[in-house]
Design a protein around this ligand. Structure first.
Ligand code: ADE
Length: 236
């Protein structure tokens, strides 16, 4: 069973429409839709925005649904001039850019007293996403690299530059690294699959609504392609 998390309604609605829903349950104020999508068992949920919601959502997926893997889908702001609106970013790993214990001598982004602060994504899911991008979505540009997350909508060129220089992230959003940390603590593989909605600079709020739709469309095509490919690999 695959847990699929989107933060906002717009990020899950198209997937929910395509699903055959067997059960709808509420936990921690979130609605979980269980059923099948392209013959794969999935639980789809809108976590709400931000790291706390995302982490709680993963815990429910692990405890109540026993998910085998977690995918975090949605949109993100680009931190790299090569990565444009509508492009795909697949996580190689994820970190929280707003974790700050610098006063205690920890580098920025380091979580004190944890064995790691950079959470590596599931290699099999990365390979699956890359192959769908290459073989079925070749008109889209796809990148694999670090995803940064923080409880902050980044819409400032200085902040954008600071983030990309400090952490070498490809994109920034508000949930992925929290999903990653919660998945890591539960020993569950994860991957973040995002499409770019804005450039995370002073054009970000202007671009956002215009390009959100396009980005969501690309992300949904990729996630559906991945599920279809899983069906082909492991026929049910
Ligand atoms: N999600 C989409 N764009 C974003 C941005 N610029 N900052 C944080 N989260 C985002």
């Amino acid at each position: 069973m695959t847990g699929i998390i989107g933060a906002m309604e717009v990020e899950i609605e198209k997937l929910r429409e395509a699903m055959q829903i067997r059960q709808v349950q509420s936990f921690a104020g979130m609605t979980f839709y269980s059923g099948s999508l392209y013959a794969q068992d999935v639980v789809l949920v809108k976590s709400g925005i931000g790291k706390v919601n995302a982490a709680l959502c993963v815990q429910v997926l692990c405890d109540r649904f026993g998910v085998e893997r977690v995918w975090n889908t949605g949109i993100a702001g680009s931190l790299d001039a090569r990565i444009r609106i509508g492009d795909i970013v697949i996580s190689s790993d994820a970190l929280q850019h707003d974790m700050d214990a610098v006063a205690f001598g920890y580098p920025k982004g380091t979580i004190p007293q944890m064995e790691t602060s950079v959470f590596p994504a599931d290699l099999r899911t990365i390979a699956l996403a890359k192959s769908v991008c290459e073989e079925e979505l070749s008109e889209l540009s796809a990148f694999c690299g670090r995803v940064l997350s923080g409880d902050q909508f980044v819409a400032d060129p200085k902040k954008k530059q600071e983030l990309s220089e400090t952490f070498q992230g490809l994109c920034t959003e508000m949930e992925g690294a929290a999903v990653a940390q919660a998945a890591f603590l539960n020993n569950v593989p994860f991957c973040i699959i995002r499409a770019i909605s804005d450039q995370a600079d002073d054009s970000a709020d202007m671009d956002y609504e215009t390009f959100e739709k396009l980005a969501v469309e690309h992300m949904v095509r990729l996630v559906c392609g991945m599920l279809k490919r899983m069906q082909e690999l492991e026929p049910v």
